[in-house]
Design a protein around this ligand. Sequence first.
Ligand code: ACO
Length: 440
Amino acid sequence: MSKDTLTITDNRTGKQYEIPIENEAIMAKDLRQIKVAEDDFGLMSYDPAFMNTASCKSRVTFIDGDRGILRYRGYPIEQLAEQSNYLEVAYLILHGELPTAAELRDWTWHITHHTFIHENIKKFIDGFHYDAHPMGMLVSAVGALSTFYTDAKDIFNAELRRKQIFRLIAKMPTLAAFAYRHSIGMPYNYPDNDLSYTGNFLNMMSKMTEVQYKPNHTLERALDVLFILHADHEQNCSTNAMRSIGSSHVDPYSAVAGAAAALYGPLHGGANEAVLRMLAEIGSKDHVPAYINRVKGGEVRLMGFGHRVYKNYDPRAKIIKQVAHEVFEVTGKNPVIDIALELERIALEDDYFVSRKLYPNVDFYSGIIYQAMGFPVDMFPVLFAIPRTSGWLAQWEEMLLDSEQKIARPRQIYLGYDERDYESMEQRQDKESKTAKASD
Ligand code: ACO
């Protein structure tokens, strides 16, 4: 009869251990009983970069990387991208269910009415150098919000937690737009509560002298779809950072600042920025084969390709490709799309990429759309951080309320020196001169 257990034989001692299997996993802690001597620490699992370690149980997002499936709370990303909007998706991710009409009205009202930031934050942003990267400004400004909302420390008070969630989702676009306006030396635009979440963001980014900014509906909707696609992605690098920082029970503004900093890296949310720089470097379709050769030679990586989890076409990349065409109808075609399509065509036929299961990820096309919409390249990670905030917060709350979670604190395999005695400077100098003489 089959049993949900794993039997391990320790060949060092000949002892056998039976370890329960639950949810297709064993508890790493169950390995600790495996010892050679009574005072041993016990066996650990070694998993750099968490290649095969589940750090939590989650009910938020499901990914099947081999089949290219992404679902939030069970709903396929394709259906949400087509039929929902970002604020409804944010509600779903945070609450577990789609809202009723009244719940959505209430949720949208609260988010809309928390978009303003304290005037001192404006002064704070003013302090940055004119060419400061907007993501650096966003990371600092969102961290600084914790000093304005001291009630945010009360993380086990559900009502106050809710308030910080409203504030964070509402204020991220404001901080992002203010960072952008600072970087181009333009006055800040205040939020317009009559506009949608993405419409208002476009207003804060672009409004000039008009009395009321009227967003282009296609661009507003395209941005909304992009926000839906970026809302959550289970235990990715920045979400892991959010959970890890949050596990110390710090306030959510500080945790979001840490998560956003993780997102900033070129291997994560900075990838779409890197894609555009790569496409500019390639310059034209004719140069694509030569670039592919450099990738295969290990000289450079094909940015926007490959994913830790997806070993198939990233479902988000498929949706984004469609959105690109809708956006180009309004903005005109971004010429780099031809280079991207050629890169994809060649890569998907080439054994180097096929054998390694490297497919375009979400970032391969998102930057091209953002560029066509007029966003500068260094705003790309910022455009990722805004919608990912709802995912970070959902994962953070799930972690806080999970009785199995504790402060995140991995183990290590120590390979450094054993104990040794401190040497005075004279002893070290003496040793150095002896070695120098010996090598003369
Ligand atoms: N270009 C060329 N080769 C690649 C690429 C790439 N983009 N990605 C992976 N490979 C190769 C590796 O060199 C390695 O080859 P090898 O087996 O001969 O050594 C093999 O494919 C496996 O790659 P790993 O680095 O082990 O894969 P990992 O899961 O650690 O990395 C990652 C995933 C970081 C996304 C990687 O594919 C990459 O650097 N991609 C480019 C950056 C990027 O687009 N990041 C965005 C990810 S999506 C997101 O964060 C929203």
